[in-house]
Design a protein around this ligand. Sequence first.
Ligand SMILES: *Cc1c(COP(=O)(O)O)cnc(C)c1O
Length: 404
Amino acid sequence: MFPVEEIRKDFPILQRQVNGKPLVYFDNAATSQTPQQVIDAIVDYYSNYNANIHRGVHTLSQEATDKYEQARLKIQQHFNAKASHEIIMTSGTTHGINLVASGFGALLKKGDEVIVSALEHHSNIVPWQMMCERSGAVLKVIPMNDEGALVMSAYDALLSEKTKLVFVNHISNALGTINPIKDIIEKAHAVGAAVLIDGAQACPHVKPDVQALDVDFYVASAHKMCGPTGVGMLYGKEEWLNKLPPYQGGGEMIAEVSFEKTTYADLPHKFEAGTPNICGGIAFGAAIDYMNAIGFENIATYEHELLDYATAQLLEIDGLKIFGTSKQKTAVISFNLDGIHPYDVGTLLDKMGIAVRTGHHCAQPIMDYFKIPGTIRASIAFYNTKKEIDALAAAVKKAQLMLS
Ligand SMILES: *Cc1c(COP(=O)(O)O)cnc(C)c1O
């Protein structure tokens, strides 16, 4: 049995009350909660060895540098990258995507094509639109179907020798759909295109192997996988990272600077201008350790049990419709109640201590597809329980009565 009660003791926030009720946190797809082990790593950093890294000769700076670089190695191992300099520390998924999009803006030319999917978060759409405006490349979209899955035959038809890059998410944050990324990557490579996978929503649930996937770029955020906000990772194949120009200029990313000519540092530093989120990077490493100690297989099995349980409970409610019904999905349930605005339901749930997200979930094209203003989204983590799902279902029923 999955030791959920033991695990919950690691999360101080789960003990608190909201509006006089025990907190039931189902907004994990927006950000996950933080275990004591990660909080301790943050406190330890600021209490014992806060210093700037990579340039100091003094003891604190060396300790901080060692810990920070150890975190990079943990990330490398976790994602099974071939080399640690293929891991670029970022401020999060959005930063990683903008870094790659900016670089491709310099490599692409008019008439080149790039492919996105209909299931994306705005942060995997907008940077590419900006890149297309600058380079003259054309953006093509893989459509989705009523289940919230990508139409793969349409993808096949979009691919050609004009295609230079494909960017899709591993798992949709709005619907929970797991995309067939292995297939997407293989087909893109067959026409000579590179692939970026937005793994922000996948990394809390699965352990991606970038070499087995043969993916060119993979991005994630620490705060969705039990780490702190403001830190994340970009994996890039060495050959690609060498081809891309630097994203930001500044300290740390240079080899030599003069007013005549500046040369850039080697990977990964070429893409890491300025003082990074040192504490955040170290805490990201602690979060990876924490999740691996529980085990991603165990997490996936337990979350799936919760997903099936929650789906069955919610579908018993008259007039409740779930959006995103692909067989390949993770623990995200997006739903609406007939004739009731999602925002009103979310507000009442909060009064009952239940945190869900309402709105378009930074994925307006998906809402447009279903012709709805938004959904109520309950997103599940491994520290949630069946009892909390019972509370959610009861609260949704109560809200429905109050609002109809
Ligand atoms: C959360 C999320 C993002 C954005 O992550 P940030 O941490 O805000 O940069 C991008 N894509 C998906 C699928 C997400 O779930």
